[in-house]
Write a new protein. Structure first.
Length: 466
């Protein structure tokens, strides 16, 4: 088992490097990437591996102590990975997800979302929503077949359905996700009501569905002034100095390129070679935000355990640590210390952003719950499910009939972004309280000691609880 764990670690490092070059449009990477995935599937399907893990489980008397404890945790995590990869790597399910993924790249969902959020032309926004509604309706039967298949495969593997299988792989239950989301809905509902009624006032009439994101987004225009793109690196450099670890001390290489996404981080070799790519098109607050988010990933890979894939945190946990870094921008005092904004402007930017983020979080929660619901009952018309979920989580219906199936090619990943936002905010609030509320090396020390060094040796739910 130790050997497989090590091999997986090197394979995923290799994969990160290949993806880095692919994203920089160096040709010939796709075949090599497919080969890495195939090798990983072969490793996990090895029958000897299952027997090894069982043996390791029997030796678990020393669980929780020293090397034996570490080995039993690695065996437990590997067992979960093998279990879930039996579902994820089912040939028919992989083919169905691959086909949906291809349809999605043709539909250009990110561009449509960007139009809905940013285009000042109401006709373009309306066309974008009509296009999304059409795409959702056209893809519904194909997605429904995939959902039925995913549930059937999960049932064959002993789960009640795909939702239960995926959550248990991630160390979660549906009840826990529901409780977290409800807590945040209650916290954010007043923000949502205020933002939508303000937007309606500015609009002069009821906001049509295709204008909602735009109307909420324009409330935060002050953010655009935060800094020019060229000044973003300076903001990060100043932050790292205050945290006692100047940029040169990190094994992190940042570059900007023409890429079809906002940014990404690549763990080419954790602790030694971590790369960040950012879109050249980003400006204003977004340029800083994505730099901080990706640096959060890079900070984790700079200090995480090395040589064992099982000890690298799950995708969900890694999103939380990345989000934590963006919280430095969401504190007015820090923002004015790190940029040239005076404290009054900094407060205005942070307030506008907090309101916008609150609305986005509620929307992401609604989108996540939609996926949960269609997996629980795929047979209902999905526009009905969307409308009911919107009513339950946003306190208002959505008569547009346009449901968002963005989550379908990687089912149930959207919820990670909602959980990450919520947990990151809670963790950072408490970290600041304990570290004197100022930018100081204590903050970074707490992140390294509590979140990065233990890796997945500690369950993520314990890790993010103070
Ligand atoms: Zn991320």
């Amino acid at each position: 088992m130790e050997d497989t764990d090590k091999q997986l670690y090197w394979l995923r490092n290799r994969l990160a490097e290949l993806e880095y070059w692919r994203d920089l449009e160096r040709g010939g990477m796709d075949r090599a990437i497919r080969e890495v995935h195939a090798t990983e599937r072969r490793l996990l399907a090895e029958p000897q591996l299952g027997r090894d893990i069982e043996r390791q489980g029997r030796r678990s008397a020393a669980r929780g102590v020293g090397r034996a404890g570490c080995m039993s945790r690695r065996a437990e995590l590997m067992g979960r990975l093998i279990d879930f990869s039996r579902i994820e790597n089912d040939g028919r399910l992989r083919a169905a997800l691959g086909r949906i993924g291809q349809e999605f790249s043709r539909l250009r969902f990110p561009e449509t979302m960007a139009t809905l959020m940013k285009s000042s032309d109401p006709h373009r926004r309306r066309r974008a929503l009509v296009c999304m509604a059409g795409a959702g309706a056209a893809l519904e039967p194909q997605c429904r077949d995939m959902v039925r298949l995913a549930n059937a495969v999960a049932e064959q593997c002993g789960y009640a359905g795909y939702v239960e299988a995926k959550l248990s792989f991630e160390g979660l239950t549906g009840a826990e996700v529901g409780a977290l989301f409800r807590r945040w809905r209650d916290r954010l509902m007043p923000v949502w009501r205020e933002a939508t009624s303000d937007a309606t006032r500015r609009w002069g009439s009821e906001i049509p569905p295709h204008d909602l994101l735009y109307a909420l987004n324009t409330g935060g225009r002050a953010q655009e002034a935060i800094c020019r793109r060229s000044a973003c690196d300076g903001v990060m450099i100043r932050l790292l100095e205050r945290l006692g670890a100047p940029l040169e001390a990190w094994p992190v290489y940042i570059s900007r390129a023409k890429i079809p996404f906002n940014g990404a981080c690549y763990r080419v070799q954790p602790g030694r070679d971590v790369r960040i790519l950012l879109s050249r098109a980003l400006t204003g607050y977004a340029a800083c935000f994505y730099l901080f988010h990706e640096f959060g990933h890079a900070a984790y890979y700079s200090h995480c355990p090395q040589g064992s894939e099982m000890l690298i945190d799950s995708q969900l946990s890694r999103e939380i640590v990345a989000e934590i870094w963006t919280r430095f921008l969401q504190n007015a005092e820090f923002l004015s210390e790190l940029t040239s904004l005076d404290s009054r402007r900094a407060e205005a930017v942070v307030a506008a952003r907090a309101r916008y983020d609150g609305c986005r979080l509620l929307l992401t929660i609604r989108d996540s719950m939609f996926t949960f619901e269609v997996f629980r009952d795929p047979e209902r018309p999905w526009s009905d499910v969307w409308s009911q979920v919107t009513d339950e989580w946003l306190g208002q219906g959505d008569p547009s009939g346009a449901f968002d199936i963005y989550d379908m090619p990687n089912p149930m990943d959207t919820k990670n972004y909602a959980i990450a936002q919520a947990v990151a905010t809670e963790w950072f609030e408490e970290a600041l309280r304990r570290c004197g509320g100022r930018l100081s090396p204590l903050l970074l020390e707490a992140m390294v000691a509590r979140l990065y060094h233990p890796g997945n040796l500690k369950d993520w739910q314990d890790k993010f609880t103070w």
